[in-house]
Design a binder for this molecule. Structure first.
Ligand code: NDP
Length: 451
């Protein structure tokens, strides 16, 4: 590795010693931008990488709230305002007990690159809390969201920082957060949060955008490689949340067949093809567990997922694997199973779902990999379209937004392809995505001076 890169990596490791997810994300980017760094010795003089790996601002705060038994509970809130180089900070909020500083920083760091790839004017951020929404009543969720926003509101704004949803934060939570923001500010600033309900400033297609975008990217990647299509392909999708459900919906619309989906307790395999209406009923309406699928489709099989072990879903034979649940869910062991079973492509719907070893193994074995930064950027891109609509006070039709999303995903794929071609990296779109995003950010950083 180039000496400058090595030095930055060493210092980053020392400074963020216990932050394994953050270091993993930084290492992935730095290890793939070597050809660009070698071409631009001036970047070192400008300490460009040192600036890129240090968040502009890290906010950590107390979130006290009262549960249904009258007990005062204290959670920790975060907002990492990583980079405002190319637009207001932008990135989702995650409510999950696993949330910690390292996970927030990895997500914020990746978000900078992802947002740059969309071609839209949005910087990078991430936030959330170690609050666990599972099993909480609607009133508890509301009280938590109100308390969270009572601190967060002073750090955000439609031209400053625009949060959205992520794991554990969907339309219900965004509604409560928006209501509290509006109440404190005494102003309707629609563009301060995205993923809003359609009744009060949300955009059509936002709900579907990440999943649909993933499949649009996959379609382009398959087309580019031997003119393949999704038609008739076997697809397995981990997770059964927002990203997974709408990736499944679009995959089905493209003629693929989805055989398996999962949640953190286990996975469902249905030889007749997963019935997505049943999944939506269980997950979106009832907030239930995926095991309940068997009640409606007794011929399906359920495989339990032991915590901390390899997910059973990756042992199922498939052409296309779409990890859409969480980080590091697809390990080297899983990658080996997928390759043994003849997988053609892996599309990262979740953020950093493949471990570094898994990604390298897949690439070495000729599997096409659609990297998260590029392939799941449809969500944030549509959030930016939501912000534009809020500013214009004008709403687009479903078809208009969907067409824009599709175009953006085609452009993102082309940027990844062009960067990979430029540096003779074949169809390594993982490196292509990192290089394309980094090149854009580096130009913006040089232009803006020492900030
Ligand atoms: P949701 O909360 O809607 O869904 C997450 C799903 O993943 C749930 O079904 C959850 O199951 C499941 N899950 C969590 N951990 C595991 C695990 N270890 N094994 C199997 N399943 C698991 O979140 P989203 O769909 O919004 O987000 C999913 C991923 O996509 C995250 O990485 C997120 O950062 C990323 N992403 C989301 C975007 C969006 O627009 N929402 C945009 C870009 C990226 P359970 O209910 O059991 O917890």
């Amino acid at each position: 590795m180039n000496k400058y890169l090595e030095e930055v990596l060493k210092n980053t490791r020392q400074k963020n010693i216990n932050e394994s997810e953050y270091l993993q994300a930084v290492e992935e980017v730095l290890s793939s931008i070597e050809p660009v760094i070698s071409e631009h010795p001036e970047f070192e003089k400008l300490s460009l990488l040192e600036r890129m790996v240090e968040p502009e601002r890290v906010i950590m705060f107390r979130v006290p709230w009262i549960d249904d038994n009258g007990r005062i509970v204290v959670n920790r809130g975060y907002r990492i305002q990583f980079s405002s180089l190319i637009g207001p900070y932008k990135g989702g909020l995650r409510f999950d007990p696993s949330v910690n500083l390292s996970i927030m920083k990895f997500l914020g760091f990746e978000q900078i690159f992802k947002n740059a790839l969309t071609g839209l004017p949005i910087g990078g951020a991430k936030g959330g809390s170690d609050f666990n929404p599972k099993g909480k009543s609607d009133n508890e969720i509301m009280r938590f969201c109100q308390s969270f926003m009572t601190e967060l509101y002073r750090h955000i704004g439609q031209d400053v920082d625009v949060p959205a949803g992520d794991i554990g934060v969907g339309a219900r939570e965004i509604g409560y957060l928006f209501g509290q923001y509006k109440r404190i500010k005494n102003a309707y600033e629609g563009g301060v949060l995205t993923g809003k309900g359609l009744e009060y400033g949300g955009s059509l297609v936002r709900k579907e955008a990440t999943g649909y975008g993933l499949i649009y990217f996959m379609r382009e990647m398959l087309k580019e490689n031997d003119n393949r299509t999704l038609e008739g392909k076997r697809v397995t999708i981990s997770g059964a949340g927002n990203v997974a459900i709408y990736a499944a919906e679009k995959a089905l619309q493209c003629g693929a067949k989805v055989y398996a989906m999962s949640d953190s307790n286990g996975c469902i395999y249905d030889e007749e093809g997963i019935n997505l209406d049943t999944i939506k009923k269980i997950k979106e309406e009832q907030r239930g567990r995926i095991i309940e699928y068997q009640k409606y489709h007794p011929k399906s099989k359920y495989f339990e997922h032991e915590p901390g072990s390899e997910s059973p879903i990756w042992k199922i034979k498939t052409d296309i694997a779409l990890p859409c649940a969480t980080q590091n869910e697809l390990t080297l062991e899983s990658a080996k199973h997928l390759v043994e079973n003849g997988v053609v492509a892996v599309g990262e719907g979740a953020n950093m779902p493949c471990t570094e070893e898994a990604t390298n193994y897949l690439l070495k074995n000729g599997v096409l990999v659609a990297p998260a930064k590029a392939a799941n950027a449809g969500g944030v891109a549509t959030s930016a379209i939501e912000m534009s609509q809020n500013s214009m006070r004008y709403y687009m039709t479903f078809e208009e937004v969907d067409r824009k999303l599709d175009n953006i995903m085609v452009n993102i794929f082309n940027s990844c392809k062009q960067s990979a071609n430029q540096y003779n990296l074949g169809n390594n779109y993982v490196a292509g995505a990192n290089i394309a995003a980094f090149s854009k950010l580096a130009k913006a950083m040089v232009a803006q001076g020492i900030v």
